[in-house]
Every structure is written in C-alpha cells, then in structure tokens.
Design a protein. Structure first.
Length: 81
C-alpha cells in the first residue's frame, strides 16, 4: 500500500466562497464492507438489523476507493497511528 502518499488537493463547494481548494483526497484507500438486511421495529420506531439473518454481503474487501486525507480546517496530512 502507498501509505506515504499525501493525496491530491481538490476543490470543494464552500458556503461563502464558492469552489475552493478545501480537501485532500487519496486514491489509495482500503475498505471492508458488510451489508445487513434491516427491518422496521415498531417499538423503537426505527429500522434495525434483522435478527438471525445472514449478511447480504459479508466482509467484501477493496483497495479501489478514494478517501479524504486532509483539508480545511485541518491542512496537515492525516496519519493512522
């Protein structure tokens, strides 16, 4: 993995100044994804993960994702410790 890549400075829409260089992204992200079925819980009045059901997708991995690694107001590069 490219852990020492600082990322690319990108323009992003801002509330007061329009499009400005405001974030830093890297194309070297890694992601692990699980997708679970949900159902409505009448008592809670909200959706919950369906009990006793297997995930629709379980621990799918990819190294093809973009991640934000810095930007306003934190202009330093983020590092995982």
């Amino acid at each position: 993995p490219e852990e020492d890549v600082d990322g690319v400075l990108l323009r992003a829409p801002t509330k007061d100044e329009g499009m400005q260089y405001f974030c830093r992204d890297s194309g070297f992200g890694r992601v692990v994804l699980s997708l679970y079925p949900i159902e409505w819980d009448q008592e809670l009045g909200d959706y919950i993960r369906s009990p006793n059901k297997k995930p629709i997708i379980d621990r799918a991995c990819s190294s093809q994702c973009t991640v934000e690694v810095g930007g306003g107001p934190w202009w330093d590069v983020w590092k995982v410790k």
